[in-house]
Ligand binder design. Structure first.
Ligand code: GLN
Length: 391
């Protein structure tokens, strides 16, 4: 029997690197420093609020654009923490996770043939979403240790067909924050080309060493072009919840809501109630969480450096990256990651997984430190073994 052809966008794709590495870790009993999720469950007070809402409030469809209490909580939270002025009824949309928000942005803001600029290495979902929407992915390659784009790179990447730029700050996997001067440079190109900026800011509260997050809506020139995407998963260390927020001009929110209504339509009501509660927790509660993660980062970094690994700066996110050549390891990231999980019992993520296949080499691996001290110490031991076996 001949079977119908399937959509070619997915033809060359396997499961995501995160799923692949987590499965290998399970299979081999490896310490999993690959997929980015916290080892212990997130904010208990937020989980309790969800449990109460599950039993005491409605479990039927929530409003398509989000529950009123959550829309208000999102606007207030960003007013308080990032000095943004948002009208909850006009400038906010609740989605089923940041990934749905990304899909709604790409599907509703570009048309087939439009070019979308992404900065490589970039989060794995971006390119397949753009391709599925008929867009053309234009890659700008960034390099360690600063991972910054230059004016010359932007001048080369932008064209009359550029309709969108996708950025991530704090960045997964590079961990760097976009500084205000880089926002100003990017804004100049976006305004000149009338290109939207979809800014994935899910890690906005996970920043270290007193750094300050600057998001797309903090650049006044981008008020009409910027789409800010946030996520309860990272704010409350509850990555399984999949509750995302979009903040943008009324025009863009209205347009994105049209895509959202046919993607997931609405988001589970008990989770929205709990996230609204969580967003009203004091700033000190979020600071406590970031400080604990910073401690974990420092523990992992110190342990790795003692073992002779060279790490790259980690400004935010759950991740710390190792520079393989500077650590004396002459393998590409993919080979190191596969051998480390199979031969040394530790799962990691190669940064090549965030790049188009066949591009310039990027021998860097990503480790997740949102783990207990015991797990991190076991991970360091296993990486010591990996280094011994693989140098
Ligand atoms: N955001 C997570 C990471 O970077 C992965 C999410 C997923 O598995 N799709 O590790």
């Amino acid at each position: 029997m001949t079977l119908p052809p399937l959509n070619p966008v997915y033809a060359g794709l396997g499961t995501t690197i995160f799923t692949t590495m987590s499965a290998l870790a399970m299979e081999t009993g490896a310490i999993n420093l690959g997929q980015g999720f916290p080892e212990t469950d997130g904010f208990p007070e937020v989980r309790e609020a969800a449990a109460r809402a599950l039993m005491q409030a409605s479990n039927q469809y929530a409003p398509m654009k989000g529950q009123g209490a959550l829309l208000e909580a999102v606007a207030d939270f960003y007013g308080r923490t990032q000095s943004l002025t948002l009208d909850p009824a006009k400038n906010v949309l609740i989605t089923s996770g940041a990934t749905e928000a990304l899909a709604a942005a790409v599907f509703s803001l570009i048309a087939p043939g439009d070019e979308v600029i992404v900065f490589e290495p970039h989060y794995d979902a971006y390119a397949p979403l753009i391709a599925r929407a008929g867009g053309v992915v234009v890659r700008v390659r960034l390099n360690p240790p600063d991972w910054r784009f230059s004016e010359a790179q932007l001048a080369e990447a932008f064209s009359p067909r550029t309709r969108m730029v996708m950025v991530t700050t704090p960045n997964n996997p590079t961990t760097r924050l976009i500084p205000p001067e880089d926002w100003a440079l990017l804004a100049r190109f976006c305004v000149a080309h009338q290109a939207c900026v979809v800014s994935d800011e899910v890690w906005e509260q996970v920043v270290f060493d007193g750094a300050r997050h600057h998001g797309v809506l903090n650049a006044p020139e981008l008020a009409e072009l910027g789409v800010k995407i946030g996520s309860a998963g990272k704010l409350f260390a509850l990555t399984g919840w999949k509750v995302g927020f979009v903040c943008a001009s009324e025009r863009l929110v209205t347009q994105m809501a049209k895509a959202h209504q046919f993607l997931t339509f609405a988001t589970p009501p008990m989770l929205q109630t709990a996230v609204a509660f969580g967003l009203r927790l004091p700033d000190s509660r979020f600071a406590e969480e970031a400080a604990a993660l910073q401690r974990s980062r420092d523990l992992l970094r110190a342990g790795l450096e003692t073992e002779g690994f060279q790490t790259l700066p980690s400004e935010g996110t759950y991740f710390l990256n190792i520079d393989l050549p500077r650590s004396g390891i002459a393998l590409d990231g993919q080979s190191f990651a596969l051998r480390a999980v199979q031969e040394a019992g530790v799962a990691t993520i190669p940064l090549e997984a965030f790049c188009a296949p066949g591009g310039e080499p990027l021998p860097v691996i990503r480790l997740c430190f949102a783990k207990s001290d015991a797990t991190l110490n076991r991970g360091i031991d296993r990486l010591r073994t990996a280094r011994r076996l693989l140098t």
